[in-house]
Design a protein around this ligand. Structure first.
Ligand code: NAD
Length: 351
């Protein structure tokens, strides 16, 4: 299969493959676009069923990072790395060091960070061989974990959506259903409850659910959370949660959560619009983490992250307003807005 023929190929600038038989490393780095700066994106480790699926994933994810960073107002491009293998059984120190050498060889065009299947501890090992690692800062309030900043951004996004839809600045008494009581879901619940919201939460993991409960969130069955009669639905578990079947179940007027790729297909963005549901595009509202990872690297601290994360609310307001004016789905408007930022203008013939 040629990368150029892949359905996920979108004029990526560079795709690099690494095979290191000694450590067992098989990895791919994709750099989508560096118009705004070096490509930053996480390093995912996953037991892909085939190399083709790994290529599709890295192409799709790196493209997504270009859009996310552009709309977050960061001087960064979009990139991503994938390691092919089961993190539970194949991850070793030698494999991570080889990954560091691979990234170092790209001379700073790509900066890596944590993603599913890799931890801050793994990134520190990768960092023994490359300077191009971010999000591993020690001594910060949250020890390098971007989740609190992601949750903070989602919180601002919910506020922006409530202000846009209901002209309401306060979250007092607002009912929010959170799907997923993981790192982001729990931080978000804490912020919402402190702001006076009533939070309903569901998780497959009983331990995480009970941690959320101790914060004051009300547990609900996993099967019921999407259809709850609430003001806001905040998907904070996994992707593709809004599909052909579930889009009609949603009773909330606003969908605003952290999960990546919440829409199974782009058409679901239009279906939400037609149902009068205001959707905060995932790659805009969940950018708090990448903003913090950027500041950890650029300034060696998270001090500037909080003010920057707050701007997520302004960006969403702009997207909501444009979508309303044009009658186009918010997710599509967000993509257009990002492309206006990172794609060079098309040259027209001189008049
Ligand atoms: P996490 O793994 O800590 O938590 C996810 C939680 O969702 C887990 O408790 C899991 O049991 C639960 N879950 C899985 N399937 C579920 C289901 N069907 N119903 C209910 N609960 C279910 O992950 P996280 O770091 O909290 O991230 C949450 C989401 O936000 C993910 O989609 C992630 O990709 C996205 N995201 C996270 C960050 C970040 O900074 N952590 C940044 C951007 C996007």
């Amino acid at each position: 299969m040629s990368v150029f023929n892949s359905t996920s190929f979108d004029s990526h600038e560079l795709v690099a493959f690494k095979n290191d038989p000694r450590s067992g490393l098989r990895a791919i780095v994709a750099i989508h676009n560096t118009a705004l700066g070096p490509a930053l994106g996480g390093c995912r480790m996953f037991p892909y069923a085939s190399p083709e699926l790994a290529v599709e994933d890295v192409l799709r994810l790196s493209r997504g990072m270009s859009y996310k960073s552009a709309l977050a107002g960061l001087p960064l491009g979009g990139g991503k790395a994938v390691i092919i293998g089961d993190p539970a059984t194949m991850k070793s120190r030698s494999l991570l060091l080889a990954m560091g050498e691979f990234i170092e060889g790209l001379n700073g065009q790509y900066i890596t960070a944590e993603d599913s299947g890799t931890s801050v501890a793994d990134l520190k090992i990768i960092g023994e061989r490359t300077a191009y690692v971010s999000g591993i800062m020690d001594g910060s309030q949250f020890g390098g974990d971007p989740s609190p900043y992601t949750a903070q951004g989602v919180f601002y996004g919910i506020k922006a959506a409530m202000a846009f839809r209901h002209n309401e600045d306060s979250l007092q008494g607002v009912r929010v259903a959170v799907q997923g009581a993981g790192s982001v879901g729990r931080y978000l619940s804490k912020l919402l409850i402190a702001a006076g919201a009533e939070v309903f939460i569901a998780d497959l993991n009983a331990a995480n659910l009970s941690l959320a409960q101790t914060m004051g969130a009300i547990p609900v069955p996993v099967a019921d959370v999407l259809g709850l009669d609430v003001d806001v639905l905040a998907p904070c578990a996994m992707g593709a949660v809004i599909d052909e079947q579930t889009v009609g179940l949603i009773n909330a007027g606003i969908v605003a959560g952290a999960a990546n790729n919440q829409l199974a297909m782009p058409i679901q963005g239009e279906q939400l619009r037609q149902r009068g549901i205001l959707y905060a595009p995932d790659f805009v509202i969940n950018a708090g983490g990448i903003i913090d990872v950027y500041y950890q690297r650029a300034e060696g601290s998270s001090n500037s992250s909080a003010a920057h994360v707050e701007r997520i609310g302004d960006t969403l307001q702009e997207i909501f307003a444009r979508a309303e004016k044009t009658g186009v789905a918010t997710a599509q408007i967000a993509e257009q807005l990002a492309e206006e930022i990172f794609l060079p203008p098309v040259k027209t013939a001189a008049a």
